[in-house]
Design a protein around this ligand. Structure first.
Ligand SMILES: *Cc1c(COP(=O)(O)O)cnc(C)c1O
Length: 417
């Protein structure tokens, strides 16, 4: 069956035919490609069309698809069994490796997804402070738990509403939403609400376009937290191990109280994590009274794959990775400026990039209204040329170590064909 036939079948058995909404290509006026296999920087669909992949599973695959070392280690781990539901050394090795290399964390707890990690961080922050409310920012994504599916209300300032059906008003009222880049607003909200347990931010907002913030702004949030007793939570599910081993905390020199990880930490296997200093982390059960658990948490195969991935991420690795991204962005820019996408800029931070038909926005409310309409054209043209962008204008592009010079040449060839 080809992708169109598979999509028809899938829609019978699964809502919208997919297990995560953005995969459905909704709004792109076309049907999703059903992917069959992948290698390096390339992904191949059921019809045997091969694409240069810039979605890369939305971030985990920093080494590229099917890295040989990760494959071998995961296979070897499988031979020992794939779930114990018991204490084991695989997670110890990964925890040790991470904690030894990241100054601002002393302990880490593994779970299965970024959503779980943030969900736990919310409970942990509340448990640590005895406070109820949290602040998040318009344009940051933190997973699909109720407390984070909240947007700024259309009415009075400070009013919020759920961004999804099924979220109760009483849950929504404990999440306050601020605009990125405006410290004054955060100060006012914190002043008016002594009950703030934590400020949650993607220190590199990368889920609603790429909206890099200034160091001064992030430092300002740190100060507001210090003054008010709220915790600062860096959601580094995308940026952790990606912008550098220690993520944006390392890049900015700002120490968050709690960090959440996902994506790269599992090298493409399901892993999320919460990390921080020992005094906060040991509030988690079984030491402390903040409950958290998981049947499949710290799955041994995922732990081994994560460790095999992270062990490849040295300074030399990041230098090459960022060079790959720089070259790829230049290639896209050059082509776009002469092929009907002159109104585009490409926002880039290290190995992450985002084509946007406007001057680079600094906050979600500056993203142009015609983004999706313009993106449709770009996406379709690229797809036909064998280039797979993340299938939504608000999603960013991911470059991996496998997007090397040979792939860059191939990209050039395909774009200009
Ligand atoms: C992807 C992401 C999440 C959610 O992670 P899942 O593994 O999809 O549940 C949370 N926060 C950020 C910043 C993310 O990029």
């Amino acid at each position: 069956m080809n992708s169109d036939q598979l999509f028809e079948q899938a829609k019978k058995y699964t809502p919208g035919g997919v297990h995560s909404p953005v995969r459905s290509f909704k709004g792109l006026h076309t049907t999703p490609r059903f992917m069959n296999r992948a290698q390096g920087a390339f992904i191949t669909d059921e019809e045997n069309n091969e694409y240069i992949d810039f979605c890369m599973s939305f971030g985990p695959l920093i080494l590229g698809h099917k890295n040989q070392d990760v494959l071998e280690k995961a296979k070897a781990a499988l031979e020992n069994g794939w779930s114990f539901g018991a204490a084991e050394k695989y997670s110890l090795e990964l925890a040790q490796y991470i904690v030894d290399r990241i100054d601002h964390i002393e302990q880490i707890r593994f779970m299965n997804s970024g959503t779980e990690a943030v969900m736990t961080a919310i409970r942990l922050a509340r448990g640590a402070t005895g406070r109820n409310k949290i602040i998040k920012f318009n344009g940051c994504y933190h997973g699909h738990m109720d407390q984070m599916l909240i947007k700024a209300g259309s009415g009075l300032a400070g009013e919020v509403e759920a961004s999804s059906k099924g979220v109760t008003p009483s849950t929504a009222q404990d999440t306050l939403v601020c605009e990125l880049g405006n410290l004054e607003e955060v100060r006012e909200v914190v002043k008016a609400n002594p009950d703030i347990a934590a400020i949650f931010i993607e220190p590199l907002p990368a889920n609603n376009g790429l909206l890099p913030q200034t160091i001064e702004y992030l430092k300002g949030l740190r100060e507001i937290c210090n003054e008010s007793g709220a915790l600062l939570v860096f959601d580094e599910v995308i940026s952790g191990f990606r912008t550098s081993f220690g993520g944006m905390a390392q890049d900015t020199g700002i120490t968050p109280d709690i960090v959440t990880y996902g994506k790269v930490i599992g090298g493409g296997f399901p892993v999320g994590a919460v990390a921080g200093k020992k005094d906060i982390m040991e509030l988690l059960a079984p030491v402390g009274g903040v409950y958290q658990a998981g049947t499949l948490s710290a799955n041994p195969v995922a732990m081994v794959a994560g460790l095999a991935t992270l062990k490849q991420l040295d300074d030399n690795f990041y230098e090459k990775l960022n060079q790959n991204a720089q070259a790829i962005v230049e290639i896209f820019k050059d082509w776009m400026s002469q092929n009907g996408f002159e109104d585009y800029e490409i926002v880039q931070y290290k190995s992450l990039f985002w084509p946007v038909p406007a001057k680079a926005p600094k906050a979600a409310n500056q993203i142009p209204a015609n983004l999706l309409e313009r993106f449709n054209e770009l996406f379709k043209v690229c797809l036909e040329k064998g280039i797979y962008l993340s299938p939504n204008g608000y999603e960013i592009g991911f470059v991996s170590a496998a997007h090397d010079q040979a792939v860059q040449e191939e990209l050039k060839k395909r774009l200009w064909s």
